[in-house]
Design a protein. Structure first.
Length: 117
């Protein structure tokens, strides 16, 4: 399950457990109308204390499909977490996506919002 909130300048995604294909379908349902209306989404903020992983390999594949089909339409991605993945995520992601990617400590959520805005 995933909690999604579309704000004026960004979409906030908060995983509530292992990620599923349905989670990515729901994110798409909520951000696609914004992208269609505005041409792009200013930012996506992923906020989770620890990376929850995926329920299955198929769910991970759906995650990669979502990224492939949406990264051209999202200007910035902020990862707000205390997970170790935050140390290398931006370096790797910046090679594969158009969006600027940056990590923030979990308690620095407001800094992530400011960076997106």
């Amino acid at each position: 399950m995933i909690k999604i909130s579309v704000q004026k300048h960004y979409c906030l995604v908060e995983p509530q457990g292992p990620l599923t294909a349905e989670d990515f379908a729901e994110i798409a349902r909520q951000v696609d109308p914004v992208i269609e209306r505005e041409g792009e989404l200013d930012g996506l903020i992923i906020k989770t204390r620890e990376f929850p992983g995926w329920e299955s390999f198929g769910d991970a594949v759906e995650h990669f499909r979502f990224v492939k089909s949406h990264h051209q339409h999202i200007e910035k991605v902020a990862l707000v977490t205390d997970a170790k993945v935050a140390e290398f995520f931006p370096k790797i992601a910046n090679h594969f996506v158009k969006a600027q990617v940056k990590s923030f400590d979990y308690d620095d959520f407001e800094d992530a919002v400011e960076w997106i805005s």
